[in-house]
Structure formats: C-alpha cells, structure tokens
Design a protein around this ligand. Sequence first.
Ligand SMILES: Cc1cc2nc3c(=O)[nH]c(=O)nc-3n(C[C@H](O)[C@H](O)[C@H](O)COP(=O)(O)OP(=O)(O)OC[C@H]3O[C@@H](n4cnc5c(N)ncnc54)[C@H](O)[C@@H]3O)c2cc1C
Ligand code: FES
Length: 258
Amino acid sequence: MEMINLAANKKIPIAAEIVENLPLSDDIYKIILNGQEAAQKAIPGQFISILCKDLVLRRPFSIANVEGESIHIIYKLKGEGTEYISQLKSGEKINFIGPFGNGFNITHQKALLVGAGVGTAPLIFLSKELTKKQIPYILAAGFQKSVDIPELNPDKDYIITEDSSSKYSGLVIDHLEEIINTHKPEKIYSCGPTPVLKYVVEIANKYNIKSELALERKFACGTGVCMGCTIHIRENNEIKNKRICKDGPVFDGGSIVW
Ligand SMILES: Cc1cc2nc3c(=O)[nH]c(=O)nc-3n(C[C@H](O)[C@H](O)[C@H](O)COP(=O)(O)OP(=O)(O)OC[C@H]3O[C@@H](n4cnc5c(N)ncnc54)[C@H](O)[C@@H]3O)c2cc1C
Ligand code: FES
C-alpha cells in the first residue's frame, strides 16, 4: 500500500541526518533533523510521517519549526514509535516523508494561538511565520507540567501548567475568555486534544471570531488512501466526508461536525 501512496503523493522518503534529539521534560522531546528540500517547502500546520524502525505504519508529527534545512519536531512519548525516536542519537539517520497536509491559511488578522500539550508544536512554527509577516499574535500554551521549550517566551506568551509550575495555572481553556477579552484577537488558530478544540470553537463562535484547527487523530496510511481518518465537514449546506491526513489536518473550526 505504501508504494501506491508514495506514487500518488509524489513524495520520496528522505533519510535525514539527526542534528539533535533532546528531552524537554520527562516525556516530551525535541528532535531536529536535516530535512533538506522538505524543510524549504514546509508551511505551518503541515506534518511529516516518520518510519519507526520496523513498524508498518509511519507516525505523523507536526512540523514545530524550520530553520534553513532543519525540521524541528516536538513529540511526546506514547508507545513503540515515539520510544524508538527518543533513542536516536545525533548523526544517526531517520526516515521520513513529507511535508503533508494543507497547513494554516494565514491571514492578516490579529491572531490568538491556542495550543494544548504537544499540540503547541505547529503553533510555534505558525508564530514564526506570523512574525515574518508582521502579523500580531498572542500565544497561549497549556501543559500538564513544566516543559522547557526555548521558543516559548514566559514574558510574552501565556504558558499555563496544570501543576502550577508557571505563572498561569490550570488548563489553557480556563484562560481563554480572559485572553480574548484582553487582546481582542480577530482569528484563533488551535491544535490539541478534541475536547480543547471543541471548546475553542464554542468560545470563538461566542465572540464571533473565525477559528482554524489542526486536528490530530490516529492515522493508518496517512496519505489519503485508507479513509481511516475521515471526519464530517459542513460545506455549502452539505455534510461531507473529509480525510484529516489528506484534506486537512487544518479545518475551519466552524465547519467541523463533531
Ligand atoms: C497530523 C498529526 C500531527 C501530530 N503531531 C504530533 C506532534 O507534533 N507531536 C506529538 O507528540 N504527537 C503528534 N501526533 C500524534 C503522534 O502521531 C502519535 O502520538 C504517535 O503516532 C504515537 O506513536 P507511538 O508508536 O509512540 O504510539 P502508539 O500508541 O503505540 O501508536 C499506535 C498507533 O496509533 C497511532 N497513534 C497513536 N496515538 C495517536 C495520536 N494521538 N494521533 C495520531 N495517531 C496516533 C500511531 O500512529 C500508531 O499507528 C500527531 C498526530 C497527527 C495525526
Ligand atoms: S489515514 Fe488513511 S486516509 Fe487518512
């Protein structure tokens, strides 16, 4: 199946050299790999699919940043695949394909970026692009406990932890309305677990703000063939099946039928 997918997507696996692979907390890591031309093509909200040793299914990860030819990934230890990635050392090779997906539709509107856990990863890349385009933004990121992500600035960003190890405590959604009332964003970009995203859309609707969400679900093929990641999207008064891996992972928050 993989050969068919690769042909359909005209993507060739890249054996990328690992530049760095370091823990940011006890279960969150950051890996930087030499993504070659894939790095130059990537836009925020897109993901790459990593081959984890002999596991049949590649694991999808959002691009957390791009610097020159380097691709940054921030990942949480979950199971066999992420455990394998965490053991890799600088100088070793990692096999990935990508970038895949549509990415965020960046508009010139004051933005609020809402990330929960490793869902913050694509928003870091987005924040870099917004800065380049001189679009003002506020970033709010929620974690269970303290995570040392150098791209986040505690003096500027809202870093919210459930264990109260940062200035703001609780869940990121606990602070959402206060942040909206203070900063009056015109658009919300978000990524994280489904309950967080549902709440973000609810609040965005309440304040009449457009929202774009990067969805994360279990992928099988990850390239649009198996239909294993479909969701319902409202489009022109019709409910349509869309594949998160191929048609997304970014969707207009207001169009998602949860
Ligand atoms: C578009 C997209 C972007 C993602 N970006 C990130 C990221 O930036 N950082 C990060 O830590 N995680 C991210 N994830 C989740 C990540 O893919 C899973 O945590 C990872 O695949 C788990 O693999 P595992 O072998 O360690 O765990 P296992 O639980 O052993 O995985 C078993 C199977 O389930 C799939 N799977 C398990 N959990 C998830 C999940 N939450 N989402 C999708 N597939 C899952 C795996 O691909 C695999 O096929 C993303 C998922 C998607 C769909
Ligand atoms: S995971 Fe196969 S179509 Fe999306």
